[in-house]
Design a protein around this ligand. Structure first.
Ligand SMILES: N=CN[C@@H](CCC(=O)O)C(=O)O
Ligand SMILES: [Zn+2]
Length: 432
């Protein structure tokens, strides 16, 4: 039995309560509930109470001795952060390409010349399960230190059945061994591998007829994502792949309108995707379609920053009624970061979002984007005890002191896994 944890007297608790059934959209994203001098009682991995410290002390008066008491005076408490778009499992790194981009080469030029996703695919194909596990586990530890308690992880650096399965199996093993929960997305349609360069439609058929059925049979993923972009997969090819996934129970997601407007948002809306991701170049028509269908826009301001591109217009999307979530897009090419706090800062500074909107986007809306809002993303009775404690006074301060990791502690599933900025997972499984 885990000891109860009693978080006491936080200066602010941002609860995000009451939004588990539907993502927050429009003005709702800015209207976050804030509890002053609040406390949380956690037991059996679950939140039992969120409210005033006086009420908590009265309610649990006979049990204070048995609890681990956490004094959160002067601190900010939020739901554990949720990152709904990562490419966690990969081998190698691409800092040389970073240097090339600094000299003026573009992301797509590098990819079309055999680098980019292709370079990471070669490295990932060559890597063993063990190497991929170890390299990805390091990143997971860093995510945890930045306050993240659940992430989505996409495959897409295997691009053959064997290697896509290898990536997804590694993600599954990491989910079992590491405190962070991992929700898997199949992304066999991340790029057309070089062996299919001359016949991309044959690769689409291979994804549809061989990869999707097998990934679904092995229950290795819940979602199916496609890089719908000029020079990668057309909207028609993307639609076929997403429809095939739906037949096998995989919920669609779309990498949409990242480099050029390509009707990716429109496709996401028409196919009933849970989310459209990137959207730097989404058209007004596409944004309207997302709002009408309630498709979540997963925006990645770290990617725009790192690619030296203009960010997606988060402000415009929220004003149009689109539910917005934020994510790192952690990957070796366009966003090698694990920092949701930095992504939040960029959401404010580069996408015109308010500090309250970015908190909504990194918690409950992010949980909706991976179909987990019934169990995580807000602090309320009955939800999983995933909590992040920041060493700042209030939620505005968190965005104001930008570029710094203010995470003090993290509680995952009712256990302290980060304390005073250090990993304290009591299993050695998270250490390399
Ligand atoms: N844009 C496509 N996929 C990834 C990047 C993958 C890579 O460059 O390795 C993204 O979401 O940014
Ligand atoms: Zn991505």
């Amino acid at each position: 039995m885990k000891k109860p944890i009693f978080i006491r007297n936080a200066n602010q608790i941002v609860t995000l309560e009451g939004s588990s059934s539907k993502p927050l959209a429009g003005k709702e994203m800015d209207q976050i509930q804030i509890l002053a001098n609040g406390s949380i009682w956690i037991e059996d991995g679950v939140i039992q109470f969120v409210g005033s410290d006086e009420e908590a002390a009265e309610l649990y008066i006979n049990r204070l001795q048995e609890a681990d008491i956490f004094d959160a005076t002067g601190k900010l408490v939020t739901p554990g952060l949720v990152d709904p778009h990562t490419h966690l499992v990969f081998a190698g790194s691409r800092e040389k390409e970073f240097g090339m981009r600094l000299q003026g080469a573009t992301y797509m030029e590098i990819m079309n010349n055999g680098g980019g996703i292709h370079a990471t695919t070669s490295a990932t194909r060559e890597a063993s399960h063990q190497t991929l596990f170890k390299e990805s586990r390091k990143r997971l530890d860093q995510f945890l230190l930045h306050g993240v308690t659940t992430i989505e992880a996409k495959s897409g650096y295997g691009l053959s059945l064997e290697h896509e399965i290898k990536q997804l199996e590694v993600a599954r093993k990491l989910d079992e061994k590491h405190p962070i929960d991992i929700i898997s997305t199949f992304m066999g349609a991340h790029a057309v591998p070089s062996e299919y360069k001359k016949n991309p439609d044959d690769f689409v058929d291979y994804v549809i007829n061989e990869m999707i059925p097998e990934v679904a049979r092995l229950k290795l993923a819940e979602f199916n994502d496609v890089f719908c972009e000029r020079g990668v997969f057309t909207p028609e090819q993307s639609k076929r792949i997403l429809e095939a996934g739906l037949k096998h129970g995989l919920t669609p997601k779309v990498h949409a309108d990242e480099i050029e407007p390509f009707e990716g948002a429109e496709l996401a809306a028409s196919i009933g995707a849970i989310s459209a991701e990137h959207l730097l170049k989404a058209s007004d028509k596409g944004i309207k379609a997302l709002a009408e269908k309630g498709v979540i826009a997963v925006l990645l301001p770290g990617t725009a920053f790192f690619l030296m591109a203009e960010s997606a217009n988060g402000r415009k999307m929220i004003d149009a009624g689109v539910p917005v979530a934020l994510s790192t897009d952690c990957n070796p090419g366009s966003s090698p970061t694990v920092s949701m706090p930095l992504v939040m800062n960029l959401g404010c500074l580069r996408m015109g979002m308010t500090p309250a909107e970015v908190l909504t986007a990194c918690t409950i809306n992010a949980a909706h984007a991976i179909n987990r809002a019934n169990e995580i993303g807000s602090l309320e009775k009955g939800k999983k005890a995933d909590v992040t404690i920041f060493d700042v006074n209030n939620y505005m301060d968190l965005q104001y002191r930008y570029g710094v990791n203010h995470v003090h502690s993290v509680i995952k599933n009712g256990e302290v896994v980060v304390n005073r900025g250090r990993l304290v997972c009591n299993n050695t499984r998270t250490r390399s």
